[in-house]
Write a protein that binds this ligand. Structure first.
Ligand SMILES: C[S@@+](CC[C@H](N)C(=O)[O-])C[C@H]1O[C@@H](n2cnc3c(N)ncnc32)[C@H](O)[C@@H]1O
Length: 290
């Protein structure tokens, strides 16, 4: 099935939270591109850990819920001998991904697949995948346990799955978001958390249940600041999405201050930095002795 952006699914006790479909796709795509820039150290750490977990360099990689190609391009640079199959259910995302792969000079190694991870996505892929990559995407699917079993079966023994999610820990400097409202950033983060944002998922048990072993979990931090125009744009977009999610969940004076911070970020007149935690799982399909 093809759709612009998969809608959020209903809650399930075995599946920790999930976010809404953002209203503005162009802004989401821009945000994902900027994530690529500021999240590069996080991806580098995840790729280092995956490299250590695998016995040989990957030749066949699958990027699950590949979005605008952040992970795909990083993987193509890191593993130039690999063919990367990038899967997403959004036509718009895959268009951006192809463009990103062309711009990065790695298009020859990248194959984009329009497919729903809750459907028969595996049919088009080769056997014996070496590395599967699911960054900020596993919580979007309707049945993650099923998807993890499918990934386990599709990996060669000794192959690895990398899952990346947010930890939910975000801190701002200054804590008042460069407003006169003391600790405003904390109240924004706490109110969003009460509403289930960002999605904070712990996949360790689900990975164990699918048969993966060993499973390693580590953490990394994405930082961005208004020191650069890209940083200011990134923080402005982030806070803009957060503002939509906050609704009327803060006191009017706080909401006004958040609006003011967004306006000043967009005008390049705010001085703010943010640090946001990421959790990285590297899960290996065990090599079973004959
Ligand atoms: C938050 S984005 C992450 C994109 C990318 N992995 C990254 O790290 O930038 C989640 C992506 O998963 C895709 N997605 C969500 N549910 C999906 C499904 N059931 N099948 C295929 N793709 C899906 C969305 O279209 C979106 O591009």
């Amino acid at each position: 099935m093809t759709h612009a952006f998969p809608a959020p699914r209903h809650s399930h006790p075995d599946r920790p939270g999930f976010g809404p479909a953002p209203a503005h796709h162009a802004e989401l795509e821009e945000l994902l591109d900027l994530d690529a820039l500021f999240g590069a150290p996080v991806l580098a750490q995840a790729m280092d850990e995956a490299s250590h977990a695998m016995i040989t360099e990957p030749r066949t990689i699958v990027d699950l819920g590949a979005g605008t190609g952040t992970g795909t391009v990083a993987l193509a640079h890191r593993f130039p001998g690999a063919r990367i199959h990038s899967i997403d259910a959004s036509v718009g995302m895959l268009d951006r991904l192809r463009e990103a792969a062309r711009d990065a000079g790695v298009a020859a190694n990248v194959e984009a697949h329009l497919a729903d991870l809750d459907d028969d996505w595996i049919a088009d892929l080769p056997d014996g995948i070496d590395l599967a990559w699911a960054a900020l995407s596993l919580h979007h699917v309707g049945d993650p346990a099923r998807l993890l079993r499918q990934v386990f079966d599709a990996l060669r023994p000794g192959g690895a799955l990398v899952v990346i999610e947010m930890t939910g820990e975000t801190t701002y400097e200054p804590a008042d978001l460069d407003t006169e409202r003391s600790r405003l950033g904390e109240r924004v983060v706490n109110t969003l958390a009460e509403r289930g944002y960002p999605v904070v998922a712990d996949w360790t048990r689900a990975l164990e249940s699918a048969g993966f072993a060993p499973i390693a979990r580590s953490e990394a931090t994405l930082t961005a600041s208004t020191d650069t125009p890209d940083g200011a744009r990134y923080l402005g977009l982030q806070l803009g999405f957060n503002r939509t999610l906050l609704g009327d969940g803060l006191e009017p004076d706080d909401l006004e201050a958040v609006d003011d911070a967004i306006t000043r970020l967009r005008a390049g007149r705010a001085t703010i930095s943010a640090a946001s935690g990421r959790a990285i799982w590297v899960a290996v399909r065990p090599v079973v002795a004959e």
